[in-house]
Every structure is written in C-alpha cells, then in structure tokens.
Design a protein around this ligand. Structure first.
Ligand code: GDP
Length: 442
C-alpha cells in the first residue's frame, strides 16, 4: 500500500539528510518532490497545496530538534502534518440514543459495502455488541443473498429481505425484528448504483429520516482515487455522512484517496478494509497511516525503543570492544541477547527509515529462530571457547553441535558470520566510520 508515494518522499529526503540546517533553499527540492509525489498519488491538488505550504511554514520556523538531523526533522514535520490531515486521533464509532442503534452503509456499487457490513458486524461482535445485519439492496437480489451468506460466515443474524420489495418496508420490519431479538446494533446495507443518481439519493434520504442512524458510513474503494473523492462529496452533500470506510487498501491503492476524502468531507475515515477475507478490517489509525504513507517508519519511536530496551552499560562495553577489535563470541552472544530484547526483527526494520520495504522481504520469524540457534551454539561453548574462537577445532565443534542440537555445518556458518562481523568492525573502528552508529545507541 502506498508504495509509490513513500518511494518518492523517501527520495526527496535523501538529498536533505546530512545538510546542516533547514533553509528555504534546501527544502525547496524536497517540497517539490513531495508535491509531485502527492499529486501523482492522486491527492486532490488543493489538499496538496495546503499541505506543502503548511509543512514549509512549520519546518522553516523550527529549530532542528536535538538528536535529529535535518532530514529526520523534516520527516517528523511531514509525519505530524499527515496525521493532522488524516484526522488526528483514532475516531470512535458513535452509538447514540437507545438501542438498537443504526449504522447505515452507503456508497457506489462494488465499493465493498456488503463485505464491509459483514466485517463490521464481525468486529462489533468481538467487542461485545450484538449486531443485526439488514440487506436493503432490493434492486440486486444477488446482493441480498450475498449479505445473507456473509452473515452466516460471521455468525450474525440477518433479516430476510427476500420477500420485501421496498427498502422502507425492510427498514421498518427489520427494526422491529432487531428490537424483539434484543440486538443492539443494526447494520443496514443499502443499495448502490454504478453512478450517483437522484432516485438513489432520495431513497437513502428517506431511510435516513426514518432510521435516525447513529452513523452513516460512506464506503469508498481506495483503488478508484479521485472518483472515490467525487462520490464521497456527493454522498456527503445529500446525507451528511458521519464517517468513511476505505476498502481495498491491500491492493495497489493510490494513497491520495485517504488524504483527499478526509479533507473534502471533513469526516473521519473510521475503518479500512485490507482484504477480501472477513477479518481483513481495521480501525483507522491516522498516526499509523501517516507512518505507512511515509514509508520511513517512525524515526522517533525507533530511537525511543532502542534507548529503552538496550542495556546502556552493556552497549557501551560492547561498543568499546568493537572499537578495540576485541569482540569475542561471548560478546556476540550478548549482542544477540540485546537485539532479541528489542523485539522482532521485522517490526524493528519497519521503524528504520528506508527499511520499510525491506521488512516484507525479511522472514522475521525465521530470523528470530536463526538468532536463537546462534545463541544456543554459543551457550554450549565453554568460557574459554567463547573468549577465544581460535581454539574451536573439529572435536570441540562436534561436542558443541551435540550440546546445542545443530550440525557442525551450522556452527561453521555462524563462525564465518562472526568473523566477517569482526572484520567489518575492524574497518569501522578506524576514525570517523562509527559516528552514526555510536550516535544511535547513545
Ligand atoms: P458492494 O457492491 O458495495 O456491496 O461491494 P461488495 O461488498 O460486493 O465488494 C465488491 C468486491 O470487492 C468483492 O469482490 C469483495 O470481495 C471485494 N472487496 C471488498 N472489500 C475489499 C477489501 O478490503 N480488499 C479487497 N481486496 N477486496 C475487497
């Protein structure tokens, strides 16, 4: 998701990293890239203009925060602005008045209304509600059948609309049923059209007037970009929607829809659909989405995480040993423990700027398993062996292999990696090379 957008913005910041100070001149290029990237990502041009101006004003007025370089600082500013545009806090679903509360799902045909109705029912059930699904698309019998199937899959009762030709009739009867059955949230899957038309809007307005819904969620297909923005505007004008469900975010969605719909309707995106399966549905988190859009991970939380989890004294000692090229297998074992403490490798990678995409290429479970095996090998060594890997001959290796449940081959592989690491450290310990690394862990 958002791959194009994040690629572009990352490239824009590359040129900035390492520059001494944020000036009008050196962010010009970066801002231009951001502008282009957002436009290409199909963000509404007015939104882009406002966004870029705000980022610029903010960045220029600020001093670079201590501990960050200007590039990271800009990421922070852009990140915060994105969160702002995307709606700030994670929005709540509002259920007002007495039960049963009504949630109306509206949107164009094919946007994912029926699927999302089922997904929402599933989520609400998990949260302790007792939802009731109501198919109200009388023009497409297949749609009614589809919701009934979905309802069965998520184990939520559904109103049988097959005998009712009129939406208003369905609304009245289903509310009565829901009340009788003690259901507390009624989710109405309304009819969609391929295009917005007046008859559809009138029908929805009537339904709204009768049902007095707590929420009218506009379901938009993220893949349709600006089209989704246009229909969002039309539905909002007619119905005063309360929120948005953005579907198909798992696809090659252009990031523009999320940003623009929020801006155009001034209504929060409340949920996102991330797949065809009925559990592929999440609450929308502006901060997480901003990080995902940036694809640069959250630099600040990385720094925080590293500082919190790593034993500072231990890290300091290891670092000195690295510098003096006295790094032993014992130290290697300790550093594996430290890395292990920071959490799963994949999620850490996601936090490192520029590594966001690499995360997907890493099988983090396999990596963690690999690290545990290395740790086991080191644990099976004697203290002497750990301090001096040179004494590891074949018979010692066979003993260690038995002790740790690995093959001698695996031990050799690990030793090779360890030796390569030492060699690299030897090179880095030459003046000037370790600056960045040292900074990160201090
Ligand atoms: P409706 O006409 O608005 O009710 O749309 P449907 O719920 O029938 O969805 C249309 C198509 O989009 C179906 O094939 C769904 O499986 C698919 N779909 C819905 N939501 C998602 C999603 O979040 N991700 C993906 N990949 N497909 C989705």
């Amino acid at each position: 998701m958002f791959e194009n957008l994040s690629d572009k913005i990352q490239r824009a910041f590359k040129n900035l990293t390492g520059k001494g100070k944020i000036s009008e001149e050196n962010i010009q290029e970066a801002l231009k890239e951001i502008r282009l990237a957002l436009l290409e990502a199909d963000v509404n041009f007015k939104v882009v203009k406002k966004f870029v101006n705000e980022v610029k004003a903010e960045a220029l007025g600020q001093e670079v925060q201590e501990g960050l370089d200007p590039g990271q600082h800009m990421v922070k500013v852009v990140h915060e602005k994105l969160i702002d545009i995307l709606g700030g806090r994670t929005p709540e679903v509002k259920l007002k008045g007495t039960a049963p509360h009504v949630i109306m799902m509206v949107g164009l045909q094919g946007s994912g209304k029926t699927t999302s109705s089922g997904k929402l029912a599933r989520m609400l059930t998990e949260e302790g509600y007792s939802p009731y699904l109501v198919p109200c698309d009388v023009y497409r019998p297949a749609a009614i059948q589809q919701l009934m199937t979905v309802a069965e899959q998520v184990n939520v009762p559904v109103f049988d609309s097959t005998e009712n030709p009129k939406p208003m009739e369905i609304a009245k009867r289903s509310m009565k049923e829901a009340r009788n059955a003690g259901r507390d949230v009624v989710i109405i899957d309304t009819a969609g059209r391929l295009h917005i038309d007046e008859a559809l809007m009138d029908e929805l307005k009537d339904l709204k007037a009768f049902l007095e819904p707590s929420e009218i969620l506009f379901v938009a297909d993220a893949m349709t970009g600006q089209d989704a923005v246009q229909s969002a505007r039309a539905f909002h004008e007619a119905l005063d929607i309360t929120g948005v469900v953005l579907t198909k975010m798992d696809g090659d969605a252009r990031g523009g829809a999320a940003l623009s719909i929020k801006k155009v309707t001034e209504r929060p995106i409340k949920f996102i659909g991330t797949g065809e399966k009925l559990d592929a549905f999440e609450r929308f988190h502006p901060d997480r989405m901003a990080s995902r859009i940036l694809g640069m991970g959250d630099v600040l939380s990385l720094i925080e995480q590293v500082q919190k989890k790593v034993d500072q004294d231990e890290a300091q000692k290891l670092q000195e040993k690295m510098l003096k090229n006295q790094f032993t297998l014992e130290d290697f074992g300790k550093s594996l423990t430290q890395i292990g403490k920071m959490g799963d490798l994949g999620s850490l990678m996601g936090l490192i700027p520029g590594m966001g995409r690499m995360k997907d290429q890493i099988d983090s479970q396999a990596e963690s398993k690999q690290m545990r095996r290395m740790q086991a090998i080191i644990n099976s060594m004697t203290a002497d062996e750990r301090r001096n890997h040179a004494i590891l001959n074949q018979s010692r290796k066979i003993r260690i292999a038995k002790g740790s449940g690995v093959t001698v081959n695996e031990i050799n592989t690990m030793l090779n990696q360890f030796m390569q690491m030492r060699k690299m450290m030897g090179m880095m310990s030459k003046p000037g090379k370790l600056g960045k690394l040292t900074q990160m862990f201090n």
